[in-house]
Design a binder for this molecule. Structure first.
Ligand code: PMP
Length: 405
């Protein structure tokens, strides 16, 4: 599939925003969905809808097979060792909450938890709350002036006993990429658990969790061309098996009496209640869609666009880029001197251009950057040179309007 035929797969992209064609540059918030995903969910509800894992009739058995086939697809997609290591959640946020809650009984007062300073709130607040409830200490890993993780500072921090390190694979604000393979080796050498938030990586980079070497990896379906309401927590079986379930109830048990419950096996032990079945089916279709593409070529093209975007932005008067680097992935963050980021977003929106402005659920990072918020332009598999041209022209218009007053 070439660039334009990929774009043809995304019906939403072909519409007008008032007088302007939509220019969608907010894939980091959520990706658009290809027809294959929309149709798979539609087909599920039209022809296959039944609850999974319980019905004794053919329709339910087929729904269960379809549902479990996606677990296997995800296992292959991220190269997990076992299917039981794939836990379906509602998204990255739930995956990380499930994990923090699940580990609580293993955390003692005085334990140290290190967290990436670029972390999305979803990979910070659960650890912070866990630290508060257990008496553990949460320590942010410093960033260098380039806004990249300070490896030397991490080395120093890891000289003291550390329980867990929570990292972003790709920053949702800056697009900076952490070298998870090297970092997880270092973290393991120090005897700590390595948790990775892969929400912004999964749709852009090849993710092979055995190669990355971390212990837990979380992501959301809607950032990889799948539906909202579905995500995955992957964990090493032996560690996953020690987690206390966040939710208890149906589906996750072996036996129940009035005074005792014996929990079931993985993965069901961590998936209480009716799962988001249609969303799982949609996620499976998104994996098939991604696997049908020449992903290396798509990644190369996206990288070229990102670099072009960084270069063109850097040349505009008054633009300040944050953490920009040619090796970043998917996103560019910037501000315009003396202008509020929301004003820029509004002036771009009036031209049909959708970008994200605000703190991007990374308030501590904003504090380190010395700003309240910023603008973020982010790319997807369907982004093209025309999007970049449209955005740069739109930003020039916005700059002219703002500097005229
Ligand atoms: N982590 C990162 C890096 C993200 O970008 C996001 C979504 N913006 C999340 C976590 C949370 O994902 P979700 O809202 O799908 O749970």
């Amino acid at each position: 599939m070439n660039g334009s035929s990929i774009r043809d797969q995304f019906p939403l992209l072909h519409q007008m925003m008032g007088d302007y064609p939509l220019c969608y540059l907010d894939t980091a918030a959520t990706s658009q969905k290809p027809l294959a995903v929309i149709q798979a969910m539609d087909d599920y509800y039209r022809r296959h809808n039944a609850n999974v894992h319980r019905g004794s009739y053919q329709l339910a058995a087929a729904a269960t097979r379809g549902f479990e086939a996606v677990r296997e697809k995800i296992q292959r997609f991220i190269n997990a060792e076992k299917q039981q290591e794939i836990i379906f959640t509602h998204g990255t946020t739930e995956a990380l909450n499930l994990l923090a809650h699940g580990l609580a009984s293993q955390i003692r007062a005085g334990d140290r938890i290190l967290v990436d300073s670029t972390a999305h709130h979803a990979n910070l607040v659960p650890w912070q709350q866990l630290a508060k409830s257990t008496g553990a200490t949460l320590i942010p890993i410093p960033l260098r002036s380039t806004l990249r993780l300070d490896r030397q500072a991490l080395t120093t921090l890891l000289q003291q006993p550390t329980k867990l390190v929570a990292l972003s694979h790709v920053s949702n604000v800056l697009g900076t990429v952490n070298d998870i393979r090297a970092l997880s080796q270092q973290i393991h050498t120090a005897g700590a658990i390595c948790v990775v938030d892969g929400a912004q990586a999964i749709g852009h980079l090849p993710v092979d969790i055995q190669q990355l070497g971390c212990d837990f990896y979380a992501f959301s379906g809607h950032k990889m061309y799948g539906p909202t309401g579905i995500g995955v927590l992957w964990g090493r079986f032996a560690l996953l098996d020690t987690l206390t379930p966040l939710l208890t109830g149906g589906e996750m048990i072996k036996t129940v009496s009035f005074d005792h419950t014996e929990f079931g096996e993985l993965p069901f032990r961590l998936e209480a209640g009716t799962p988001p079945i249609a969303e799982v089916i949609g996620l499976g279709a998104a994996v098939d869609f991604l696997c049908s593409l020449d992903r290396e070529a798509a990644q190369r093209q996206e990288q070229q666009l990102l670099q072009q975007l960084q270069q063109e932005l850097a040349q505009l008067p008054g633009v300040k880029l944050y953490g920009a680097h040619p090796d970043n992935s998917g996103a560019v963050a910037f501000n315009l001197a003396d202008e509020h980021h929301q004003d820029i977003g509004m002036l771009l929106d009036q031209q049909g251009i959708a970008i994200r402005c605000g703190h991007h659920c990374a308030m501590p990072l904003m504090q380190l950057m010395g700003v309240k918020g910023c603008c973020r332009v982010s790319l997807g598999i369907y982004s093209n040179a025309a999007d970049i041209k449209c955005f740069i022209q739109g930003l020039r218009t916005a700059i002219n309007l703002l500097t005229e007053v």
